[in-house]
Write a protein of this length. Structure first.
Length: 327
């Protein structure tokens, strides 16, 4: 950077001095300018001395008619008022997000299970209140924190066990585990026992944190499943469960949703498997962004359950809704 450019940057006028210049030019009086700006006369005198020094001109001369502008003041007032107007416009720029008129895309990181359980509700609501908004579902994974930070993704929905500093999270709903079977399963009716679980053949879904929790529980309890089929996700699972005697163990929200739509039977899982809480995650860079706030509020209203709203860190109920907590 050239020395002259650096000097020009450091000599930018204080907006308060511009307002004083305009007030003195308009009123022709230090007293009236002080009243107009809500300042004391001594303060106005200090500001005027600074202004004269900055512009290297007396600017206003006392006379019987009041403070008269010098030729340099006459030459500069137009530019000063234009600068003030631009500053006013900058301060008044509205950053509110109006979903009824917005034209933009939101990228949400989620699992394919959330495509079944969460995405339909989000999309239905967005289509109703924000017709110009487009949703892009992106896979949640190890790259999600970077995507949230860069703005490639606006939000993540799911369960992330470890998250970098600078991210926020909000609990939405708790998840425990269920087993999914065909409604016509020959050996299992209204209840599944540990013996049933060990005996039956299983479909294993190898994706997401849920799979890791299930695998950990099986190791701890020294249970070896008879796995007839492994799937990378939930696509095709309802048809497989509905037409075979296989069993799938999966988080409750996904299991109950699939059971509802495809006429399957959902049973409490007989194993002790650690539960988890589905949350929404975002980066601190976008914490105050109106569009991001609107999306988070939408997801909170759709999915945050009373059980989560009434819990704090110790797990004991409380009446006040928890605040968003940074990771």
């Amino acid at each position: 950077m050239k020395h002259s450019d650096h000097r020009a940057e450091t000599n930018l006028l204080d907006p308060r001095l511009l307002r004083l210049f305009d007030a003195l030019f308009t009123t022709g009086s230090v007293t009236k300018a002080a009243e107009k700006l809500g300042q004391s006369q001594p303060t106005i005198s200090i500001w005027l001395a600074r202004l004269r020094k900055e512009l290297d001109d007396p600017l206003f001369i006392r006379s019987a008619e009041g403070m008269l502008p010098t030729p340099r003041a006459d030459a500069l007032i137009g530019t000063a008022r234009q600068a003030l107007e631009m500053l006013r416009r900058l301060a008044e720029l509205r950053t509110d997000f109006d979903p009824t008129t917005a034209k933009r895309r939101f990228a949400i990181c989620m699992t394919d299970g959330s495509h079944v359980t969460l995405l339909p509700s989000i999309l239905a609501h967005v289509r109703r209140v924000a017709p110009g908004v487009r949703i892009e579902a992106t896979q949640i994974g190890s790259d999600t924190p970077r995507m949230l930070q860069s703005g490639e993704a606006d939000l993540a929905l799911g369960y992330i066990s470890d998250l970098d500093a600078g991210h926020f999270q909000q609990a939405l709903f708790p998840q425990d585990w269920v087993c999914l079977t065909s409604a016509k399963h020959a050996r299992i009716r209204d209840r599944m026992t540990v013996r049933d679980f060990r005996r039956e053949a299983h479909v294993l879904i190898r994706s997401g944190t849920g799979h890791q929790l299930l695998a950990g529980a099986l190791r701890e309890q020294r249970i070896v499943l008879e796995v007839a089929l492994e799937l990378p996700g939930f696509l095709g699972l309802p048809a497989i469960i509905g037409t075979t005697d296989l069993v799938a163990t999966l988080p409750r929200h996904i299991g109950e949703t699939l059971a509802h739509y495809y006429g399957l039977r959902v049973l409490d899982c007989p194993l002790a498997i650690a539960g988890f809480t589905v949350k929404q995650y975002w980066h601190a860079r976008f914490h105050h962004d109106p569009a991001s706030q609107w999306l988070r509020q939408l997801c909170g209203e759709l999915f945050q359950q009373q059980e989560v709203r009434g819990l704090h860190r110790s797990g004991r109920p409380r009446k006040r809704r928890p605040r968003d907590l940074p990771s």
